[in-house]
Write a new protein. Structure first.
Lengths: 126, 367
């Protein structure tokens, strides 16, 4: 599995073969608060880099989830739809959102590594 | 304009509050445990709310003040006993609501608790209506602390002896540590609880004492989920200048004895609507599944005709599901009516339901 990469919209992504797994970062869940609703893209749908690919809602507000890369949705995580509090519990592990079959793996190149993202998150929070 | 702070601001900070601006004040939206934990703690234990941003308006006067206030409010104030509170509205001639409020008859006159965002305008309106005959004081030297939840009485009573003898919607002056506190048994959560008016310089110490005895600070986020589960209106959402108390389904708050003769501001419209019914009415709404329908969500019938709009919607932690309130055309206001909510371009099924979503019994007949 590849190194974890991060987007400015606070998604994380890992790549295995040509299938990317995408979720939202722990930092994002801390900003959102208690998550009470999740909507995921439909299996088989095509999503475009930086386009919306889902929604999360906290007790306070709704937020779009973006996809950091383009591709076809090959799997979604029904467990977080059934129990959205799992997203707060394990955002960067078992509470992944969807898996994409990537078109163009070079889209990964512009994303941040952990160190860069941590710095970005710290700066954008202040 | 510079943001205002309550006398508990430092205490909020030291309890890791996340702040938001609310009605010109820097207020805690939540603390480190988060909205759901804070909500549940209030329901099972005892939550402390800083509501010092709200207006505490003292109006001093005797029977002549009562007479003047009856020309304004739809209440039978002549027969209101001293230390009893009523929920009411400040309205315009069309019965549009300037503010919703709690008015308590006290020995010196009346104490009216006003919404933070409305209090200055309310003061102006009431000053114009009452003239200079009565002394009015929108008291900025007092903080207002609410303590809510089933354990509140056992936490508060050792500090302010005798509050356990108050019935719901009554209040009184109490002495505690050589200071005069006005305490009412009331609240905005659907739980038993109290609201304490206390001088600013004593507020922090008082709240620290409550925390030492097991109560916890709760932010505005949980205050909103708690009041929504209890089916209570929030000014600026369920209530505004374009809505009347009848439309808001709050006719219970209008004294029956005032309906035959009117004589309060907005009485004509109220009496007409009481007779003919209002064309739109506030209802409870439960979306099916987990979908949350926020404020401004459009409501449709099954023929694609818009029949209303959501005014508040969130996830109810004690209900463990999404809940909302909104206005619908009268013919769709019956409980169990199927409606559709348009969220992110798609229509989702929901049901009109009875309010409140969550019910507990308030304390009556203590004495």
């Amino acid at each position: 599995m590849s190194e974890v990469k991060f987007s400015k919209e606070h998604e994380w992504i890992t790549l295995e073969g040509d299938v990317a797994t995408i979720g939202i970062t722990k930092h994002a869940t801390e900003m959102l608060g208690d998550i009470v609703f999740a909507e995921l893209p439909e299996k088989g749908s095509i999503v475009e880099k930086d386009g919306t690919a889902g929604v999360v809602e906290s007790t306070k507000a709704a937020s779009d989830v973006y996809t950091p890369v383009s591709g076809e949705v090959v799997d979604t995580n029904q467990a977080i739809v059934d129990d959205p509090s799992k997203i707060n519990e394990d955002p960067e592990g078992s509470a992944w959102f969807f898996k994409l079959k990537m078109k163009d793996q070079s889209e990964m190149d512009s994303l941040m590594n952990k160190e860069e993202y941590d710095k970005f998150a710290k700066e954008s929070a202040s | 304009m510079e943001i205002k702070k309550t006398s508990l601001n430092k205490l909020h900070q030291s309890n890791n509050a996340k702040f938001v601006e609310f009605a010109g004040y820097e207020m805690p939206i939540q603390y480190s445990k988060g909205i759901i934990e804070e909500h549940k703690f209030t329901r099972s234990n005892s939550g402390i709310f800083d509501v010092s941003h709200m207006g505490q308006l003292f109006i001093y006067g005797d029977e002549s003040l009562t007479e003047e206030l009856e020309k304004i409010f739809p209440l039978d104030l002549k027969n209101l006993k001293q230390n009893c509170s009523k929920y009411s509205f400040l309205m315009n001639e069309d019965a549009g609501i300037y503010d919703d409020l709690i008015i308590t008859k006290i020995e010196e006159g009346y104490l009216i608790i006003l919404n933070a965002a409305c209090k200055d305008k309310d003061f102006e309106i009431l000053s114009n209506l009452l003239g200079s005959k009565f002394k009015m004081n929108l008291d900025n030297n007092r903080s207002l602390i609410a303590i809510q939840g089933p354990k509140s009485v056992e936490i508060l009573n050792p500090i302010i002896n005798g509050v356990d003898q108050l019935n719901f919607m009554t209040g009184n002056w109490f002495d505690s540590n050589n200071q005069k506190l006005f305490v009412t048994r009331s609240g905005y959560t659907g739980e038993d609880g109290f609201e304490i008016s206390i001088s600013n310089d004593k507020a922090e110490k008082f709240v620290e004492n409550l925390i030492e005895r097991g109560a916890q600070l709760i932010g505005l986020g949980a205050r909103d989920t708690l009041r929504l589960e209890a089916g209570l209106c929030l000014y600026g959402h369920e209530l505004d200048i374009n809505k009347t108390p009848v439309e808001a389904n709050l006719r219970w708050a209008i004294s029956k004895s005032r309906l035959s003769n009117g004589g309060f501001i907005g009485s004509k419209k109220i009496m007409n609507q009481m007779q003919d019914g209002a064309s739109q009415i506030r209802v409870g709404i439960k979306p099916e599944g987990r979908l949350i329908a926020r404020e401004k969500t459009k409501i449709f019938d099954d023929t694609d005709t818009q029949i209303g709009e959501i005014t508040s919607g969130t996830f109810g932690p004690s209900v463990n599901g999404p809940i909302a309130m909104g206005y619908v055309n009268k013919k769709f206001s019956k409980v169990d009516t199927k409606i559709l909510l348009e969220v992110r371009g798609k229509k989702h099924p929901a049901n009109v339901c009875a309010l409140p979503f969550y019910k507990k019994n308030y304390v009556k007949g203590v004495n």
